[in-house]
Ligand binder design. Structure first.
Ligand SMILES: [Zn+2]
Length: 146
């Protein structure tokens, strides 16, 4: 199969996001996306896809805050309407709940963002990113982050 065909091959966004959300490599589906809680692996051990070039940056925390806010606030309002607990109960209960829901959803959202970036050939998943200049830049920036 010619390489140009592989570079232009359509990638399923839905499948890539779903695999990423489950901590799987967006390309092959092996459970190799994360090497730690929120650390993306440098490379998939199954298909050798380079994962280190992803640039999820602030998107996962942003989406997580958005999701958690839309879950916690309605629940807090419902609890207030039904039980009218004292304010300290609200503060304690929903602070803890917000932290727990955030910690659970953050890797799910980050995996989905990385999967979408792969499907859209963004950032480190773009064939244009594999030029010698970009590889050198990537190596330098990885050295800064380590
Ligand atoms: Zn893979």
């Amino acid at each position: 199969m010619p390489i140009e065909h592989l570079l232009r091959e359509e990638r399923s966004r839905k499948s890539a996001i779903w695999r990423g959300m489950r901590g799987q490599c967006p390309q092959c589906g092996n459970k190799t996306l994360f090497r730690q809680y929120l650390k993306i692996s440098d490379q998939c051990s199954g298909c050798r896809l380079a994962l280190s070039g992803h640039q999820a940056d602030d998107a996962p925390p942003y989406f997580t805050i958005f999701i958690v806010g839309h879950v916690i606030v309605p629940v807090a309002l419902i609890v207030e309407r039904l039980y009218t607990p004292p304010l300290y109960v609200h503060a304690a209960l929903f602070c803890i709940l917000a932290v727990i829901v955030s910690l659970i959803s953050l890797p799910i959202v980050k995996g989905g963002v990385v999967g979408l970036q792969w499907a859209l050939r963004m950032h480190g998943f773009s064939p244009e990113d594999e030029t010698p200049e970009n590889e050198a830049r990537k190596t330098v920036s990885e050295g800064i982050h380590e």
